[in-house]
Design a protein around this ligand. Structure first.
Ligand code: SF4
Ligand code: SF4
Length: 115
């Protein structure tokens, strides 16, 4: 194959037919308001942790919905559970419970993988 001097970027296509969306369904049973999220980003714009770190709740939310768990637990650990995001959410999503339950799910997943 000819060397063009550059690499073709890995496609960012997400195949939702094969993505693990069960985790989000499971989370919605505990936090039904999670379904109301419209990805407006208001939570991320006002996030206390985002002021000091690279934490991005909206991104974590998307990753979890798509079943992309790699590195997600470490990201979620940056959240201080202060609840500021919950106060500004226009859809009254219980963001704090959302984050807390994502942590529990990922922790359980990790535990199952170790066992
Ligand atoms: S503010 Fe609420 S609706 Fe907007 S992205 Fe955050 S959780 Fe979703
Ligand atoms: S609870 Fe977490 S995500 Fe929400 S504003 Fe506080 S640090 Fe940010």
């Amino acid at each position: 194959m000819k060397n063009w001097g550059f690499k073709i970027a890995k496609p960012r296509i997400i195949d939702l037919d094969t993505a693990n969306t069960k985790a989000f369904e499971e989370l919605c049973e505990k936090v039904p308001s999670a379904k109301r999220c419209i990805m407006c980003g208001a939570c991320t714009a006002t996030c206390s942790a985002a002021n000091h770190t690279s934490f991005n709740f909206r991104k974590c939310n998307i990753m979890f919905r798509r079943g992309q768990f790699e590195g997600l637990a470490e990201e979620l650990d940056k959240c201080m559970l202060c609840g500021k995001c919950k106060l500004v959410c226009p859809r009254a999503v219980n963001t704090r419970a959302f984050i807390y339950n994502m942590r529990i799910f990922l922790n359980d997943l990790n535990y199952k993988n170790i066992k």
